[in-house]
Design a protein around this ligand. Structure first.
Ligand code: CP
Length: 304
């Protein structure tokens, strides 16, 4: 495959190859070999039209650990503020010789369009409310490292599914990997299309928690929120927040995940986020490893 745009494009063998490659790269890093020569002479462009901390920095770290040249582009401060289009921006980067373009954009479908305009590989780093495939891969990698094989594992994803590209990519990938996903959300924060997603839906978090191997809390995306969807933070937290009492309802070996950034005290209590059963910091570290695996597999490791 040349691009990574949707988690749904990955067959089980593709997904396992990425996870296994990441495992090999992690074992190389653990042997204190921080930098590999694999992508020397290749150029990776990080094209970020939307804010990011984890994804942008981890793609940069991943490309540098594989010895690629990295160009970081952020829409703020660029000619996008003068009205330059995505296509013209992409063609400018293409002229600079990008072998891979990592794109985050507020418009769902932007990476798909970009793939028609550039010769290099396109990696979706989050498009609108659509998908975030490398987040789903790093989440699956984090689950596998803690729990082993994901076949038959019960994963509960909780919160603002409506605005969550992380939820959609996770549902698609986890289904491919044989896990059983249940979404828990207020009815106003579920997309209309959820009936066709390969997962169950529940409105009762307390009933689902004792049967979960993984509980993944989603950020309430206030910046995308219409007030009609969201009555009050207090009410949301009371019904859908993972507080100490709810955490106690989970099986003793179940883990808690969150893609970040978190609203501490709203969707997740600070003491739960910081507990030993939380993988939140591991997810960030695993993000670098997964993105190394993705760049390595897409760019093939051959010198241009
Ligand atoms: N999880 C995630 O995508 O975080 P950033 O928005 O900080 O990249």
């Amino acid at each position: 495959k040349r691009h990574l745009i949707s988690a749904g494009d990955l067959a089980k063998d593709d997904a396992l190859l990425i996870l296994d490659t990441a495992e090999e790269l992690a074992s190389v890093s653990e042997r204190s070999i921080k930098k590999l020569p694999t992508l020397r002479g290749r150029t990776v462009v990080n094209l970020f039209f939307e804010d990011s901390t984890r994804t942008r920095i981890s793609f940069e770290a991943a490309a540098k650990r594989l010895s690629a040249d990295v160009i970081n582009f952020s829409a703020k401060g660029s000619s996008v503020s003068k009205g330059e289009s995505l296509k013209d921006t992409a063609l400018t980067l293409e002229a600079m010789g990008a072998d891979a373009v990592v794109i985050r954009h507020s418009a769902s479908g932007a990476p798909h369009r970009l793939a028609n305009w550039v010769h290099g590989s396109v990696v979706n780093a989050g498009d609108g409310t659509h998908e975030h495939p490398t987040q789903a891969l790093l989440d699956a990698f984090s689950m596998r490292r803690r729990l082993g094989n994901l076949e038959g594992r019960k994963v509960t994803i909780v919160g603002d599914v409506l605005h969550s590209r992380v939820a959609r990519s996770n549902v698609l990938l986890l289904d491919t990997l044989g896990a059983e996903v249940t979404l828990v959300a207020p009815p106003t924060l579920l997309p209309v299309s959820v009936g066709s997603w390969p997962c169950e839906v529940s409105y009762d978090l307390d009933a689902v928690l004792p049967k979960s191997d993984v509980v993944m809390m989603l950020r309430v995306q206030k910046e995308r929120m219409n007030a009609a969807y969201f009555p009050s933070e207090r009410e949301y937290s009371r019904r859908y927040g993972l507080d100490r009492d709810r955490f106690a309802k989970m099986p003793d070996d179940a883990i808690v995940m969150h893609p970040g950034p978190m609203n501490r005290g709203m969707e997740i209590a600070a003491e739960v986020a910081d507990s030993a059963r939380s993988t939140i910091v591991e997810q960030v570290a695993n993000g670098v490893t997964i993105r190394m695996a993705v760049l390595y597999l897409l760019l093939g490791g051959e010198t241009a």
